[in-house]
Design a protein around this ligand. Structure first.
Ligand code: PGA
Length: 256
C-alpha cells in the first residue's frame, strides 16, 4: 500500500439552497478547524457553487466539486454547463457517472468516458463513480460489472492521467438505503478496482489512485470502512447534509 491521503467528499445531490450552504459552511468550518491530513470536498448543486467558492476564498483545506458537466466546450446544449464555466468558479473536482445519472438520466460508459477526457483536458479532476446493482450482485456479477464500467469509462486514459482521477465505488444497493456494504465486501471490491486499474495501466500507478467508498456512509461506520487497506476515502450523500455528521466522517479520515 502506498501513502494515499484520504479524500472525503460530500455529494449534496439536489439539496441545499445558497442560504443553507452558507449556514452549513459556518458550522462545518468550526467542526473541522483542528482536522488535518485529509482532503475535504463539497459538491453542492450548481446554483450554490459560486457562493461556496466565494465563501471558501481559495481555501486549500476544503475544495469544491461539481456533480456533473457536459463535455462540449460551448454551444447549443440547453441546460448544460461546461468545464470552463466550472473552472471560472475555481471548481477542482467533478463527480462523473453517479448511479443516479446512469439510471435516471441514461448516462452510459461511452458518454462518461467523453466527460472524463474533457474534464482532464480542462484540469478538472474526475470522481468517477462505478458500482453494481443488487440484482447484479445477487447474480455474482459484481466484479464483471465493475471491470466493464472501469474499462468503458476510462478508455484511452493514460497512466499519467489516471493519477488525476479518483474512483468512487458505490454499490447501487447501498446508496441512500441505510444498508452499507460490509467492510469485507467493500475491501474486496476496492481491491478488485485496483487490480483492474493495474491492468489498464500498471501496478505502480494503480497503487497511487485513491478509491472512495460510497453508499450509506455514516459517522458510526466511517472509521471501520476507512481502516481497510484499499479504501482511501468516502463519497457521502445523506450524512453530508448535516455539518456535524459530515465533520465526524471527515475526522475519521484525518487527524484531529
Ligand atoms: P448516501 O449517498 O450516502 O446517501 O448513500 C451516497 C452517494 O450517492 O454518493
Amino acid at each position: 500500500m502506498g501513502t494515499r491521503r484520504k479524500i472525503i467528499a460530500a455529494n449534496w445531490k439536489m439539496n441545499q439552497t445558497i442560504a443553507e450552504t452558507e449556514s452549513f459552511l459556518n458550522d462545518f468550518r468550526l467542526e473541522v478547524e483542528d482536522v488535518s491530513g485529509v482532503d475535504i470536498i463539497i459538491a453542492p448543486p450548481f446554483t450554490a457553487l459560486a457562493k461556496l467558492s466565494e465563501l471558501l476564498g481559495g481555501s486549500q483545506k476544503i475544495r469544491t466539486a461539481a456533480q456533473n458537466f457536459y463535455y462540449e466546450k460551448s454551444g447549443a446544449f440547453t441546460g448544460e454547463i461546461s468545464a470552463t464555466m466550472l473552472r471560472e468558479l475555481y471548481v477542482k473536482y467533478v463527480i462523473l457517472g453517479h448511479s443516479e445519472r446512469r439510471s435516471l438520466f441514461g448516462e452510459t460508459d461511452a458518454l462518461i468516458n467523453k466527460k472524463v477526457h474533457a474534464a482532464l483536458e480542462s484540469e478538472l479532476k474526475p470522481i468517477l463513480c462505478i458500482g453494481e446493482t443488487l440484482a447484479e450482485r445477487e447474480a455474482g456479477r459484481e466484479k464483471e460489472i465493475i471491470a466493464t464500467q472501469l474499462r468503458g469509462s476510462l478508455a484511452g486514459i493514460s497512466a499519467e492521467q489516471l493519477l488525476e482521477v479518483v474512483i468512487a465505488y458505490e454499490p447501487v444497493w447501498a446508496i441512500g438505503t441505510g444498508v452499507t456494504a460490509s467492510t469485507a465486501q467493500a475491501q474486496d471490491a476496492h481491491a478488485h478496482v485496483r487490480a483492474v486499474l493495474a491492468e489498464l495501466t500498471d501496478a505502480a500507478t494503480a497503487d497511487k489512485v485513491r478509491i472512495q467508498y460510497g453508499g450509506s456512509v455514516k459517522p458510526n461506520n466511517a472509521a471501520e470502512l476507512l481502516a481497510q487497506p484499499d479504501i482511501d476515502g468516502a463519497l457521502v450523500g445523506g450524512a453530508s447534509l448535516d455539518p456535524r455528521s459530515f465533520a465526524e466522517i471527515v475526522k475519521a479520515g484525518g487527524r484531529d
